[in-house]
Design a protein around this ligand. Structure first.
Ligand SMILES: [Zn+2]
Length: 133
């Protein structure tokens, strides 16, 4: 996904600054986005920044990316928040040690089905989402 922040400007075309001297984001222009049904990963840092800037809304298990007035917002259903997951069965784990204990108990002797994670579990540091509209 490719986004461009649009900033508030006064009548002379100068950036309007907030009390801290930062330009004010009014909305985003979406330059490139996955199709409806397509997958997208949101990093926690992007989510925090989007909420702080006001162009990202969170609620009902969805992220809403606010676009220009008159244009439809982009809505992404949160499929899975960041976390640790068993590569064999997909189950969410509370920690890496828990994942290793789970694999020893449930998948003993099986090769990891995920070649990139030969230990048998993966740590996702992003929100796995799917574009809903
Ligand atoms: Zn498992």
């Amino acid at each position: 996904m490719l986004l461009r922040k649009e900033y508030a400007k006064d009548d002379a075309g100068e950036l309007e600054l907030d009390d801290d001297g930062n330009p004010t984001v009014t909305h985003l222009t979406i330059l490139e986005a996955p199709d409806v049904g397509g997958a997208h990963h949101f990093s926690p840092r992007l989510v925090e920044r989007g909420i702080a800037d006001g162009w990202l809304g969170v609620g009902g298990g969805e992220f809403t990316v606010k676009t220009a007035k008159g244009k439809a917002d982009l809505v992404f259903k949160i499929v899975e928040p960041p976390g640790t997951f068993c590569a064999h069965c997909g189950e969410r784990m509370s920690s890496s040690p828990d994942a290793l204990a789970h694999i020893a108990a449930e998948h003993d002797g099986e090769d990891s089905p995920d070649a990139q994670n030969p230990s048998g579990y993966r740590v996702d540091n992003y929100y796995r989402t799917e574009r809903a509209s």
